[in-house]
Design a binder for this molecule. Structure first.
Ligand code: VAH
Length: 313
């Protein structure tokens, strides 16, 4: 049985679909603080649970005895800056509870997402390496950095097979993003199709590491399927897809929607968060250890997003 906590989030929604397609719906338990709005067709086991509710969370482990757990529930960077203590509490309490329940209930493999948000103003900006100075200044960022330390600690001290990826900004059409700084790169597609224009909350030259959700899901499953002995990183793997600025993204969208107009707000708190992050990531270790290879470049990502969003709009 596979338990996915945070099943209705941007990553969780797609991971539940992918894992149910592989293992069958009944093998994959979706857990979240709210039921999915449009729980169409692929009904499968669902548990209403908050990662900060220790007793109810334990009940879910007891009831399902999962062999694999994906802990995706978290408060992301932008919302985290509005509620710093709540973000720290939820992100850390959830991880520490799940690490202990994974030991207690003998979970074979645990996945926990980190982020390029673990890098900070003094980290190298280009081709940021797996190991370097890391001074994240967003609560979300340093909660993920602390979480990476805990994951490696539980691997070294208790042999827990916990695996993690430092995701870049994720761009998908099946699920809305929630509370992140990179979310502009998803909203822009919806607005381009609906209104033919978009006002970006990040400035035109803000280059960030991004990835199509299909690449992110494929990477996650590849990491989880890799033999344990091939993994040299037990904090969290750097992972890269593509990097672009809002202006470059807008130019690519214009190839499909010629009249598309992109404008920019003067100031937004998310700009400071974005400016503290790298522009591009070196993911050599993921390529070496488990054969990682991205498939979506900018033209293919834009074409895929517009084609699929047109179908569901
Ligand atoms: C955020 N989407 O913006 C997340 C992610 C690298 C960005 O961590 O907070």
């Amino acid at each position: 049985k596979i338990l996915i906590i945070g099943a209705n989030g941007q990553i969780g929604t797609e991971l539940v679909k992918a894992l149910r397609a592989i293992h069958g719906s009944n093998q994959v338990i979706a857990a979240d603080i709210r039921k999915p709005a449009d729980s169409e067709g692929d009904e499968g086991p669902f548990e209403l649970v908050s990662v900060t509710d220790a007793d109810n969370l334990r009940r879910v482990f007891e009831a399902h005895k999962p062999t694999q757990v994906y802990l995706l529930a978290a408060i992301l960077s932008a919302v985290g800056e509005k509620n710093p203590k709540m973000a720290w509490d939820l992100n850390m309490t959830g991880l520490l509870l799940v690490l202990d329940y994974a030991i207690e209930f003998k979970v074979a493999k645990l996945f926990w997402p980190s982020s390029i948000a673990v890098f900070g103003p003094n980290s190298p900006k280009e081709n940021t390496p797996q190991y370097c100075v890391m001074d994240p200044n967003s609560v979300y960022g340093f909660s993920k950095l602390a979480g990476e330390r805990w994951c490696e600690y539980y691997f070294e001290k208790y042999g827990l097979d916990v695996r993690s990826i430092r995701y870049p900004g994720l761009i998908g059409w099946k699920a809305a993003p929630g509370g992140g700084t990179t979310d502009y790169a998803v909203h822009i597609f919806h607005e381009a199709l609906t209104n033919g224009k978009y006002t970006s909350f990040l400035s035109e030259g803000t280059e960030l590491p991004m990835m199509h959700m299909d690449d992110a899901i494929r990477a996650t499953l590849a990491l989880m399927d890799a033999p344990a002995e091939s993994l040299s990183i037990r904090s969290s793997y750097n992972l890269a897809g593509l990097s672009f600025t809002p202006e470059q993204l807008g130019e690519e969208i214009k190839k499909h929607i010629p009249g598309f107009e992109l404008s920019y707000v003067d100031t937004d708190p998310r700009q400071a968060i974005a400016d503290s992050w790298p522009k591009s990531i070196d993911d050599t270790q993921a390529r070496t250890d488990w054969g990682w290879q991205p498939e979506f470049d900018l033209p293919r990502m834009v074409e895929d997003m517009l084609t699929n969003l047109k179908k569901i709009k």
